[in-house]
Design a binder for this molecule. Structure first.
Ligand code: 2YJ
Length: 268
């Protein structure tokens, strides 16, 4: 799994309004509406406003990413949560978050990024929430996915979940991955077909890119919509001029996590 870096996270603080503008221009939804849609929830099912949240820095593995926890707290704050970063990292930070009365606790190591609902004892997981958020963004931008041909690039955790979600919504999903066995297996599970990356890009207008691959603009069809959680994000100027590209390094996945985590204590 690709790990975020200091550089990828650097721009998150202060960019929430730009992400909101990008989202509403492309999908017609703001971040809360997108998160609710991604999770199949109604507005009354999850109201993040005023919910106390902590982001706990985690030092294990490759260690703390500069401004990661601060960025997570900022994204939660943008949804109206009362969010802050704990003074201490790791277990002491988790304990601090509990003592401070936080209802939602965000933490990430190199494998897993989760939001824990203290009262409900349940977790929202970033891979699922990222897949659901970007699938919902693609659906919003395309005016629905039922009966439409959608390409998923990357059959890892996010791509495989997104393929299942969009297939269940009636899309005709095709999966492309450099590992063809992995693509075949995920396609079987999702009721999807398989294709090579470049020929699939040339024959699809709706793409969910959950891979770190560089897709050259010359291969992209004009008017395409590309919902792209994949990092690093390396679309060139031609791609950006031909396609609507939906991407941010943290906001969409974290917003969906926050809303799902809040919904755990609101809906039994
Ligand atoms: O607390 C910190 O600053 C770090 N321990 C954060 C680590 C962030 N983790 C990742 O980027 C992993 N790839 C997990 C993200 C899951 C994406 N679905």
């Amino acid at each position: 799994m690709t790990r975020l870096t200091d550089e990828m996270v650097r721009g998150v603080i202060g960019s929430a309004d730009a992400v909101d503008s990008m989202l509403s221009a492309a999908t017609g939804m703001n971040r809360l509406e997108l998160a609710l849609d991604a999770l199949g929830l109604a507005p009354g099912d999850a109201d993040p406003r005023g919910v106390k949240a902590s982001a706990v820095p985690v030092t294990s593995g490759l260690g703390v990413i500069k401004k990661f926890s601060e960025s997570v707290a900022e994204v939660a704050g943008k949804l109206g949560m009362d969010a802050s970063v704990t003074r201490s990292p790791d277990v002491t930070g988790f304990s601090e978050a509990l003592s401070s009365g936080s209802e939602v606790i965000f933490m990430a190591d190199d494998e897993t990024f989760m939001a824990y609902n203290v009262r409900a004892g349940r977790c929202a997981n970033n891979s699922f929430c990222t897949a659901a958020g970007y699938a919902s963004a693609l659906k919003g931008a395309a005016g629905g996915l039922g009966g439409k041909r959608v390409l998923v690039i990357g059959a890892g955790r996010v791509g495989s979940i997104a393929a299942r979600i969009m297939s269940a919504q009636g899309a005709e999903v095709c999966i492309a991955d450099i590992d063809s066995e992995r693509a075949e297996r995920v396609a079987r599970e999702a009721g999807a077909s398989v294709s090579g990356v470049m020929e699939a890009v040339a024959s699809h207008d709706l793409i969910l890119n959950a891979s770190p691959a560089h897709i050259p603009g010359s291969a992209i069809r004009p008017g395409s919509i590309i919902s792209s959680p994949g990092i690093p994000h390396t679309f060139d100027a031609e791609a950006r001029s031909k396609a609507t590209i939906i991407h941010d390094p943290l906001d969409i996945g974290t917003s969906v996590m926050a809303v799902q985590c809040v919904s755990f204590s609101r809906r039994g």
